[in-house]
Write a protein that binds this ligand. Structure first.
Ligand code: MG
Length: 377
């Protein structure tokens, strides 16, 4: 087996085409810049794999600068020379280099490396990533969820019409940003969703317990399908209290970084779904462990990403489809960032509110390296 010989890191800024705010901060403003960090991994026979991280300062502690310096200064020296097949060994080396704590540190940097490694391995095997991970090329379509950014009935109706015209069935909205209109927004989304549409509320840690209880009660009667991360990510005991007072399906996102985090919530019966988010969770390898915990606990999946780029979106779709999950996936990067220079053929794969995977080996897409250099931060 070949070894990892080179890791190139490309910190880039992609253009934001729409503003996006949530309870804990913002992913950027229209006309602004979205930080992404790409990784190109090369092995001793010249095979190449690509990975990507999308740090959103304020959503998590990582930034463009920390992802770049962590990869260049700590992860690369720790993993260069290791066999490319050794994902366990690569993650153990990253853990040693970055240190172990109550949760996983620097998951977005780890994820970019892990994704590149999986891309390379699947390409070497001549398999699509989903086939490489144990799935079938036959399962190839992921339904996306459209992200609504408005906080009143009129703007929600307008946005839903745009989403529905583009082929979307599922919708997610950001609660706790304008708490006084959360119930009005939920009612509007539920009322105007087509049959089979999944109504997904994400509070991004924005409620205190008393508000979370009030909103959960209202959402429950409206028929909201899930309330994600209602409480601050470090308030575990408040989730215990909320769970005891509502039967609305609950999920965590920011609170579930490493597999042990999710195990804690699942084993206490506090969550009804695993929200798979590869960048948040340190890559594909540790995300597979979260999926195994969810399967053992009998919990279904959801998929999301915080304006993750197209490469990550493809990787996550490949991984979730390997486990039979076909949506909804709140992988909303295309609504907010312009990646057309990096992925000029994106619209052949993502259209009609779905991602249509090909059978190409690996993740299935690569960024244009010349364009990547042009966007260097
Ligand atoms: Mg979320």
């Amino acid at each position: 087996m070949t070894n990892i010989t080179a890791i190139e890191v490309f910190p880039v800024h992609l253009p934001m085409i729409r503003s996006f705010s949530f309870a804990s901060g913002s992913a950027g403003k229209a006309g602004g810049k979205a930080p992404h960090v790409f990784v190109k991994l090369t092995d001793s026979e010249g095979a190449v794999g690509w990975g990507e991280g999308r740090p959103v300062p304020g959503w998590s502690p990582e930034t463009l600068e920390t992802v770049t310096s962590t990869l260049r200064g700590y992860i690369a020296p720790a993993v260069i020379g290791l066999p490319v097949s050794d994902r366990w060994g690569v993650h153990a080396a990253m853990q040693r280099a970055l240190g172990r704590g109550p949760s996983m540190g620097q998951p977005i940097a780890r994820s970019a490396l892990d994704m590149a490694l999986h891309d390379l391995l699947a390409k070497r095997a001549g398999l699509s990533l989903r086939a490489f991970l144990g799935g079938s090329n036959e399962r190839n379509r992921m339904a996306l969820s459209y992200t609504l950014t408005g906080h009143d009935r009129a703007s929600i109706l307008e946005e839903m019409a745009v989403g529905q015209a583009a082929g979307f069935l599922h919708f997610n909205f950001k609660a706790a940003v304008a708490p006084e209109t959360d119930v009005e927004v939920a009612e509007t989304v539920a009322e105007h969703s087509a049959s089979g549409g999944f109504v997904w509320a994400d509070a991004n840690q924005g409620f205190q317990l008393h508000n979370a209880r009030r909103v959960a009660k209202a959402f429950e009667s409206i028929g909201v399908d899930v309330l994600e991360q209602p409480l601050p990510a470090d308030q575990f005991e408040q989730m215990v209290a909320l769970r005891a007072s509502t039967s609305i399906p609950l999920a965590v996102d920011e609170a579930s970084v490493g597999p042990a985090d999710f195990f804690r919530y699942a084993s206490r019966g506090l969550v009804d779904y695993l929200v798979v988010k590869v960048t948040r969770s340190g890559g594909i390898w540790p995300s597979l462990q979260q999926i195994a915990i969810a399967e053992a606990a009998g919990l279904p999946l959801l998929v999301s990403g915080l304006t993750d780029g197209f490469l990550t979106k493809m990787a996550v779709c490949q991984m979730a489809l390997a486990y039979g999950f076909a949506g909804p996936a709140a992988l909303n990067g295309s609504q907010f960032t312009d990646e057309s220079a990096l992925f000029p053929r994106k619209s052949e794969i993502e259209y009609g509110g779905s991602v249509h995977l090909t059978d190409a080996p690996g993740i299935g897409v690569e960024p244009d390296e010349t364009a990547l250099r042009a966007f260097t931060a």
